[in-house]
Ligand binder design. Sequence first.
Ligand code: C2E
Ligand code: MG
Ligand code: MG
Length: 737
Amino acid sequence: MNRVIKNEFGISKKVKIILLLGVLVFFSLSVFIYVKLYTDIKKIVRRQAVDSIRNISELNADSVSRSITNRKILLDTIAARIMSKDMWSADAILRDIEGYVGTYDFYNMGVLDENMDVHLTSGDVINVAGRPQFETAWDDEFHLSESYLPVSGGEYAVNLFSYPVCRGKELKYVIIATYYSKNLTERMNISSIRGNAFNFLLSGGGDVVIYPRFYENKEYNGLMKYINYTSKIIPDESGDKYFVYNGEKYYAHFEQLGINQWHLMTCAKEREVFADANMITRSVFMGMGLLWMMIIIAVFMTLYSVYRSRMEMRQAVFYDELLHIENGNFLPVFFKKLPPEEVANMFMMTFDIDKFKEFNYIYGEESGDNLLKYIAQIFREELPTDYLFRHLSDNFVALVHCEDQKEFIEKIEKVLGRFERDIDGGKIQSFDISAGVRKMNVGDSFRRIMSDALIAKGTIKGIQVQQYAFYDENILYKRMSYMEMESDFARALRANEFRVYYQPRFDMCTGKIIGAEALVRWVKADGTIIPPGIFIPCFETSRQIILLDEAMLEAVCRQMNEMEGDGIAIKKVSVNLSRVHLKNHGILPKIEKIVKESGVNPTKLSFEITESALYEDSIPLKHIVDFLHRLGCKVDMDDYGVGVSGPNALAANQFDMIKLDKSFIDGIGDQRTEAVIKSTISLSRTLGMEILAEGVEEKYQVDSLLEWGCGLAQGFYFSPPVPEEEYRRMLVADKRK
Ligand code: C2E
Ligand code: MG
Ligand code: MG
């Protein structure tokens, strides 16, 4: 895709802003929905987690409490039986209770007497005086101690159940039973929060009374110690409780056990509680991410396809597929988008290939296409940062970045130099361009610049020595656009602003005038003279040339009559016929009428038809030549050598004179050109035609032409085109020679 089209027709700033806003709104909405969803889910999960912690706590407390109560009831039953049976010997009691040790999972059972001796079912008697658990046990109430390591040794902590046996009001014995704390811990086995809830049995003062499961686990142990020695466990606003330990927040629930003011605490890390919420929100997040990605891909694909089809459309309208540059349609669009700072330092150059039609005819259309491609390629290589557009056929427009005329000349000479080298090196067939250059100014309209550049081009079209011309503000005629010229034509014709100039033709041997060519000049009211190269192409396009050529012929006939009337010996005058007439024969009866009505001797008139007209499409040229001959006039082939008609066409159309084009005369000195000139001279002789050299400017050209047998010439060496009065004077002076 082309750089310039792409730059100009990418997605516009406005659309980009709308898209960005859309994405922002959509993104904010997504974030809002996500945050709302996350907080809602968190609330629900938290509620559920807190409920679940409470439930676990209740169930575990119930289980522990039932286990303790069962054993308390057992001891109560035993005590009642002792009392009812008056069993006041320790041995008798031991015999009664020993069966319960295994049944109730006790570690040990025994009887404590007033001497603080414990009689164990195993037969051992241990004195436990001074041991706090036993000191407390010697009481007439049921007690359950906190965990301690057994007096008899052993690595597992136990709790001491004690139940009094009284004889009347006298406390006689205390039945004791030790129970592994771990058994109680196992009662707190209901867990939740995926097994991450901890259970602790605490005393009324907050101390851990039953060593929990996994107490060797460092974290657990640390947490236990923290709970043991702190009172930071405070309820939060929702009535639940939480505490912070080791930088982690814990949710907790306390459940009364109904024994010893003990209570069971269940707690779980907030992180674990919200793991579920996080899992759900992560899934939601991923889902939304996926949705986002899909939306982005869909938007991107839609935008891309819109962009592609836009580009393809633009490409079709604005792009020249042959040369791979933009075409003339794109030029005004591109011009509008140029930033002023770029316009201020830019020159427009419009150019075409001289005689491109002939080039195509000689070398074939493929070579013509290759030449166009070559030009585009050289511009790309030599002026890579500038812009080239193909207008129509061989018409190009270049926009060249330059600060001043000097820089432009350097740049364009680089391109022309490249053309020259490649032509000399045989890389491409010989060609010339004619270019009009106009400096661009901020505020100038595109039409204005273009039309000025075309005017500048018109001033040099066909002049091979000059390939480009700058538009010059000071020259009136150069400022006239085609439109202005067209609309001014009728007035100028009525005001006789189109004047006949005569360029005498000479016999180089005698130096005498043999005739003249009538050349039109547009003489403005202020005296400015506009050469035909400026306005003829315009009038040919508008077909006003038909009227102009008639007017010229009329003027020539009238002036010849006047000269004759004034006693001047008139010579043959050649009048130019535009190629436009070759497509419209309406001029022929008019020529006949003008010539006959003027009464001018028709043999004193000749008509010039340019050679390149010979290969215009479907021209019955012979018809015109024959018509003019029947009228008694002569017919000259103008600009011979520029076209490609060759000797056959010459013979077929029976011209009276060949006019060797100036480009041949300029080529005198070049062997090949000289060879062509010489053979043309001999050919004209063979065909019985006169031959005249056009554009003779130098003495050496005169000498060579004479040597080769061409005696007739027209050129600045002898005389430029002159006004009628001057021509009259020249004729008079010539007579006297
Ligand atoms: P052309 O018919 O080939 O006319 C010869 C041109 O060569 C004239 O340019 C003349 O001034 C120029 N010329 C003659 N000798 C020399 C020379 O030694 N050196 C140089 N550099 N130039 C020389 P002009 O008058 O500007 O006319 C240009 C063309 O305009 C003519 O080329 C002809 O094709 C056309 N033209 C002129 N008058 C008329 C007209 O009344 N009707 C039509 N249809 N075309 C005309
Ligand atoms: Mg001529
Ligand atoms: Mg000529």
